[in-house]
Design a protein around this ligand. Structure first.
Ligand code: PAF
Length: 279
């Protein structure tokens, strides 16, 4: 497994692979890898001849008061996990390699990014789209794999690829959970023992929403209220949002119909966690 830190090295390796007729699967990450990331890498491994993983904590997608500095990093441990898949190449650039002096070009969109996480993180998706498009240009993958846990991100990337005619197939992969239901996330590491227990309220509340939907409830307002009521039973939890939106357009729906995303963001202490179901 190669670890490259320059765009040039990645380009020349991928060029060689393409010349030899290999397909390339790509998993973009910010590192501190867990079973959720591993499931994306395994899917890439099954789908493609070569697998590239990027590990880059992208400063552009963090707001001024967010956790860029404290975001967990451990390249050695990440590389070990990648070896087990196995991954063929890790791209681990420094910010200066991705954003040269004078950088001033961005990718943005009008729709999809104003609801859910876009409400409290107004510049987040611009940062995500910009870095992901750059990574696509660098890695030139045939397939790219994204987790459904970041469902809005997945919808945004699919839209961007369609709108900008990017020649890559986007594969959405299911949420991987701890045994007790907590969705795997690099940010779970911020939780102390008490908060870790309290964080179970996210998956519990969504299970309550799913139960109502399975029983035939179609009114978003009723589903949202039921989910919020469960979250509010947990003293350490503070709701950022509980929303029901169309999964493709990320616009609010009043009545469930088609592919619908039920998404929540909840602060557990200082840590903001997200989770969702698609129904
Ligand atoms: O989901 C993430 O880890 C990041 O948003 C991504 C897609 C790697 C872009 O920095």
């Amino acid at each position: 497994m190669k670890i490259c830190d320059t765009v040039e090295e990645v380009r020349s390796q991928v060029k060689q692979w393409k010349k030899e007729g290999f397909s390339v699967g790509f998993v973009p990450t910010m590192g501190y890898l867990h079973e959720g990331h591993k499931s994306l890498m395994e899917k890439a491994r099954q789908t493609c001849d070569k697998v590239v993983v990027s590990i880059f904590v992208n400063p552009m997608q963090f707001g001024p008061t967010e956790d860029l500095e404290s975001y967990p990093r451990d390249l050695e441990k990440d590389a070990k996990l990648c070896e087990t898949v196995p991954v063929d190449l890790i791209f681990h650039p420094q910010p200066e390699e991705m954003y040269k002096d004078g950088f001033c070009s961005y990718v943005d969109m009008n729709g999809l990014t104003t609801e859910l996480c876009g409400k409290t993180r107004p510049t987040h998706f611009r940062g995500v789209q910009t870095v992901v498009l750059k990574l696509f240009h660098i890695v030139q993958p045939d397939y790219a794999f994204f987790g459904q846990k970041d469902a809005q991100q997945l919808a945004v990337i699919k839209r961007m690829v369609t709108d900008l005619n990017v020649d890559v197939k986007i594969v959405g992969c299911p949420i991987i959970r701890e045994e007790d239901g907590l969705a795997k996330s690099s940010r779970n590491t911020y939780l102390n023992k008490e908060e870790r227990q309290a964080a179970l309220i996210l998956s519990k509340s969504l299970a309550e929403g799913k139960k109502l939907i399975d029983a035939g409830e179609k009114q978003s307002a009723v589903i949202k209220k039921a989910i919020a009521n469960v979250i509010e039973t947990e003293p350490l939890a503070r709701i950022d949002y509980v929303d029901v939106v169309d999964f493709d357009t990320i616009t609010p729906v009043e009545t469930l119909n088609g592919s619908t995303l039920v998404a929540i963001a909840v602060y557990i202490g200082k840590t903001r966690l997200i989770d969702n179901i698609i129904v």
